[in-house]
Design a protein around this ligand. Structure first.
Ligand SMILES: Cc1cc2nc3c(=O)[nH]c(=O)nc-3n(C[C@H](O)[C@H](O)[C@H](O)COP(=O)(O)O)c2cc1C
Ligand code: SF4
Length: 442
């Protein structure tokens, strides 16, 4: 399959960042149509479309929107998660910079469907250009009566605010994000079934929907063209519908964001990105740094779909797809990943606070050439203490890459531990190996 640009179709055109340019391509037709009908009709279209959350977990979007009380008794909130902290993922950044009205219209549709009063876009602090582009779009939408009071004469009021985060990966976790928005520390809260769902008690303990940028950006197309139409995209997969944007990086000739229909193969995605650079394909991390690494053989079989990707023991995740060539030292690569999660652990729960640091220490002594017999078993044991036993998903996210690398590339760990150096003897592997500055900083 070739690239299928739905969300990104006009992303190259600067005019698309203006209201006039957006409307010229059919923008706001969905909202104008939706406000004439029942609120529930929007949710029904989202249900028919089969849309699942693009932030990583793939949760059905309509269930969240439908979970907001129909009888309005208090303030309803809407949040867009634009934190995009997952290493390897940069598609929300491009959407915000080049297609800001898709998000504004998508959130307005979701807001109307759920009777929201206020929306927040929580943007990663470093995304200055993205925030500027979104600011312009929001200002234009207010001036045109598409945000604010009495939107399109419906009597419905909806305000949309931007909130800049401070660059913490954990603040992308939805309950930590809400804590951060409320002025608290960016740490997660208890979740369902131990606490109510955000749709019951979310931001300021009020009914709240939280979705990813790409998820909201799909809504205008679904409402304008119909959920049935959308569900024909990706129909060859078990339960993945529509398109997904993959941020392709690593050893490829043309890194960048590629939007593909579900059902596209991983090798087709690699071809779109210009194929491998500097050597043959060795491995791939298909969905962002937290998802399990797969080898070249699994890449050949991998089909892009939530269920399909699990058949090769990995995940679609947030779509941060890193292709690695034969000169990559997997041990050094995974050590860097482990270092990231150890740094980003918020420290609230013991398995993750201690486990991520311990994993980093063991990985570090291996890449320093001081690995010990039993280190592989020890690492695997630590991953088991983290996975499913941490307070939030960061603990799982830290465990999966290490556990997968031990399973798929055990010989590289064995060699490093036995010989005190990488079995990959190349300048590229050396470049990935820790520098003195790296080692003293950990
Ligand atoms: C540690 C951690 C970081 C996360 N970071 C992000 C993020 O940057 N962006 C995002 O959309 N979802 C992120 N998520 C997932 C969110 O918690 C949540 O599932 C998502 O925003 C829901 O939106 P969706 O249903 O549209 O995917 C993260 C989850 C965890 C555990
Ligand atoms: S798993 Fe625990 S320590 Fe790690 S980020 Fe979540 S709450 Fe914090």
């Amino acid at each position: 399959m070739a690239e299928l640009k739905l969300l990104l179709e006009h992303s190259h055109d600067p005019a698309y960042r203006t209201l006039k340019g957006y409307e010229a391509t059919g923008g706001y037709q969905a909202l104008r149509k939706a406000v004439l009908g029942e609120r529930q009709a929007i949710i029904d279209e989202i249900k028919a479309s089969g849309l699942r959350g693009r932030g990583g977990a793939g949760f059905p979007t309509w269930i969240k929107w439908n979970g907001i009380p129909k009888e309005k008794k208090t303030t309803h909130y809407l949040i867009c998660n634009a934190d995009e902290g997952e290493p390897g993922t940069f598609k929300d950044k491009q959407l915000l910079e080049t297609c800001p009205f898709l998000l504004v219209e998508g959130m307005t549709l979701a807001g109307f469907a759920t009777q929201a009063d206020v929306g927040y876009v929580y943007i990663r602090g470093e995304f200055v250009d993205a925030a500027r582009s979104l600011r312009n779009a929001i200002d234009e939408a207010y001036a045109a009566g598409l945000l604010g009071q009495n939107i399109l004469g419906t009597g419905w009021n909806f305000d949309l605010h931007i909130h800049m985060g401070a660059g913490s990966y954990e603040c992308g976790e939805e309950s930590a994000l809400m804590s951060s928005l409320m002025g608290e520390r960016g740490m997660p809260r208890l979740k369902f079934p131990h606490a109510p769902l955000p749709t019951v008690a979310g931001l300021f303990d009020k009914p709240t929907v939280i979705n990813n940028v790409e998820t909201y950006a799909c809504a205008p197309f679904i409402v304008a063209k119909g959920g049935e139409w959308y569900s024909t995209l990706g129909a060859g997969t078990k339960n993945s519908r529509g398109t997904k944007i993959f941020s392709v990086s690593g050893h490829v000739n043309r890194p960048g964001n590629y939007e593909v229909e579900f059902g596209t193969t991983l090798m087709e995605l690699l071809e779109m990105a210009g194929g491998m650079k500097g050597g043959a394909l060795k491995a791939c991390v298909p969905g962002g740094s937290s998802v399990p690494i797969i080898d070249a053989e699994a890449c050949e079989k991998a089909v892009i779909g939530y269920e399909e990707m699990s058949e090769v023991k990995s995940m679609v995740g947030s779509g941060g797809c890193m292709f690695l060539n034969e000169h990559t030292c997997i041990v050094s690569f995974i050590w860097r990943t482990a270092m990231f999660y150890a740094m980003e652990s918020c420290g609230k729960c013991t398995p993750c606070r201690e486990g991520t640091k311990w994993m980093r220490q063991v990985m570090e002594r291996i890449v320093r050439g001081n690995g010990q017999p039993g280190d592989m078993e020890l690492l695997l044991d630590i991953t088991k203490q983290l996975d499913g036993r941490s307070f939030c998903g960061l603990g799982d996210a830290a465990a999966w890459p290490v556990a997968a690398a031990l399973r798929v590339f055990p010989q590289e760990f064995e060699y490093f531990i036995e010989n005190g150096r990488s079995m990959v003897d190349s300048p590229q592997a050396q470049a990935l190996a820790p520098s003195f500055e790296d080692l003293v900083s950990v």
